[in-house]
Design a protein around this ligand. Structure first.
Ligand code: CIR
Length: 256
């Protein structure tokens, strides 16, 4: 069975951190409706939702992906690169402790879950403004005994590694070549985002199912041409907060 941890949209989402996206007014009510549709999509794909209440003082707290990395054997609590986001960790940790032994990244390390792309036993970790060398080294050390390899990957011009590349099936990744080098994923079939849709590389994979934002039809067509079927969700208000589809959940397997 799949579990998906989500958190309701904060009333102060409009005060979110922004790095590469210009600030625009966010319609929080609309963001909530879109988030609800996202949650329903996850349920339709077989996830049991565990939803935390909204946090009135934590604008970015809907983006639960950034505060933990959940693997089959353990979970690792991150230390988010933006200090405004560090208070998001404790409440997610409380939920995760029911399902996994919990490890943690400590100061001065920083790491955002959005920088961690798991492919089998390899974790590709974005070297970004949010995830520093110390955080990546700590993750490597924490997981070495569990049989995971941690590989740092330089990123440029984007918030997180998973803004630039995500996995579509066991042998295929979707990649934005302006933000991460293709050569880092040389062993994979690489599909590039359509140049007119620079933010389209963030796809959520749950088992064999794929979910992407509705506003990237050209990239979606590229996936269809490659034989990949994708469910779409409208997350336009969350995109104004520099989020997309992977960031709004922590999805992991538990014994039924
Ligand atoms: C931030 O800058 O931290 C949030 N406004 C957006 C986080 C999105 N997280 C993600 O894609 N993993």
């Amino acid at each position: 069975m799949w579990i998906a941890i989500t958190r309701e949209v904060s009333p102060v989402l409009g005060d979110c951190e922004l790095s590469y996206v210009p600030r625009e007014a966010i319609d929080v009510a609309r963001a909530r409706t879109q988030h609800r549709d996202y949650q329903r999509t996850l349920e339709t794909l077989g996830c049991r939702l565990l939803t935390l209440p909204a946090e009135a003082g934590l604008p970015d707290s809907v983006f639960v992906e950034d505060v933990a990395i959940v693997l089959d054997e353990v979970a690792v609590l991150t230390r988010p690169g933006a200090s405004s986001r560090r208070a998001e960790v404790a409440s997610v940790a409380e939920v995760l402790r029911r399902y996994r032994p919990v490890l943690a990244i400590d100061a001065p390390g920083t790491l955002d879950g959005g920088d961690v792309l798991r492919v089998g036993r390899t974790l590709y970790v974005g070297e970004s403004a949010r995830s520093n060398a110390e955080g990546i080294a700590q993750l490597r050390e924490l997981l070495a005994g569990h049989g995971y390899t941690v590989l740092g990957v330089p990123t440029r011009g984007c918030l997180h590694l998973k803004s630039a590349v995500t996995q579509l099936d066991n042998g295929t990744v979707l990649l934005q070549p302006a933000w991460v080098d293709r050569q880092r994923f040389a062993g994979f079939r690489v599909i590039e985002v359509d140049p007119a849709e620079p933010h389209a590389a963030n796809v959520l994979r749950i088992g064999d199912a794929l979910v992407m934002p509705a506003n990237f039809p050209r990239t979606r067509q590229r996936l269809a041409d490659a034989g990949l079927d994708v469910t779409t969700v409208d997350v336009s208000e969350l995109q104004k907060a520099e989020g997309a589809v992977t960031c709004c959940s922590l999805v992991f397997r538990v014994e039924a």
